[in-house]
Design a protein around this ligand. Structure first.
Ligand SMILES: [Zn+2]
Length: 331
């Protein structure tokens, strides 16, 4: 098995202009790429080419009227869409379309076996975006469209989306809560204490999708141990029961201890542990097929350090499951 990790990044993602003082700013990705270059890790990735996604993929989950409205708002010079916190510039819809295209290219590369796994350093983020509206800095739901693409284009019957961003992935949940072919698991700060106010334990899916949404709200102040416990005792059994053919990560790094938008205490090494744990599960369950897509993370130092360790684990040679388990601290 090759030991290659795909990288999705384009300078154009920095041109999604959210103006001064917005937490979701171009410097986020710059801090990550600078760190990866300084440490020499950048050259170790297989840098994947990509194009803007065909709009038909975006329109499969987002209402066509919303997609059109998003492009029109950018073209007409509007500065926000649907809520005051979701700032747009003239190129934002096109850049969001490019971000989706990047994630789909990562999925294709993993499915074709060109790389083992991949990381997508994209902006704008996606997991809050709903079928009919932008929300929480997100325009198009990158991860959800990737899950749909895996089901339709690659014919997969079971795709798991694991969202460890500190905010609940409301958009992803709502797009799939009625379906049983996509398992959505979210670990987030308790909705009574943090935006967007959804993601309670009792939200478990609807109709045919009942039981295929798993929300794991965590108290403010939760640290690495709390996340490890949730991973081992909640996430692992759910993944094993579902037997996914692909694991998608909504990788937000805003549960970091210094993040300005939330009140959690995860350290960079906590993210490293979680990554190794999830990579191990992907290796056991689905031949290591895993694509990580950046969502939030607003303290630049924590973000860069955490993504460095996250990406470093993805780059590690595929080892025997026993060795991975030892490294994950199971024994
Ligand atoms: Zn977030």
């Amino acid at each position: 098995m090759k030991n290659e990790t795909g990288m999705i990044f384009a300078e154009r993602f920095l041109r999604h202009d959210t103006g001064p003082n917005h937490p979701e700013r171009p410097a986020r990705l710059e801090s990550i790429t600078t760190k990866l270059r300084e440490t020499g890790m950048w050259e170790r990735f297989t840098h994947l080419g990509f194009e803007p996604a065909d709009l038909s993929w975006i329109r499969r989950l987002h209402e066509p009227s919303y997609v059109a409205r998003c492009f029109a708002a950018c073209e007409s010079g509007e500065r926000t869409i649907d809520s005051a916190d979701t700032v747009i510039g003239p190129e934002s819809a096109e850049i969001a379309q490019l971000a989706v295209g990047g994630v789909l290219a990562a999925v294709d590369a993993v499915m074709a076996g060109r790389v083992n796994n991949a990381i997508c350093l994209v902006r704008p983020p996606g997991h809050h975006a709903e079928a009919d509206r932008a929300m929480g800095f997100c325009l198009f739901n990158n991860i959800a469209i990737a899950a749909e693409y895996l089901a339709v284009q690659h014919g997969l019957d079971r795709v798991a989306v694991l969202d460890f961003d500190v905010h609940h992935g409301n958009g992803t949940q709502h797009l799939f809560e009625h379906r049983r072919d996509v398992l959505f698991i979210s670990l987030h700060q308790h909705p009574a204490t943090l935006y967007p106010g959804t993601g309670y334990v009792h939200e478990t899916g609807r109709g045919e999708g009942e039981g295929f949404t798993l929300n794991l709200p965590l108290d403010p102040g939760s640290d690495d141990d709390v996340y490890r416990h949730a991973m081992v005792f909640k996430v692992l059994p759910a993944l094993k029961a579902f037997q996914p053919q692909f694991l998608l990560l909504s990788a937000g790094f805003d549960a970091a201890k210094d993040d300005p938008l939330a009140q959690m205490n995860v350290t960079p090494s906590g993210y490293e542990w979680m990554t190794r744990f999830l990579k191990t599960q992907a290796q056991t369950l689905c031949e290591g097929r895993l694509v990580s897509v950046i969502e939030g993370g607003y303290d630049l130092r924590c973000l860069a350090e955490s993504v460095l360790l996250h990406a470093g684990v993805l780059l590690e040679p595929a080892e025997s499951n026993d060795m991975m388990a030892v490294k994950s601290g199971f024994f």
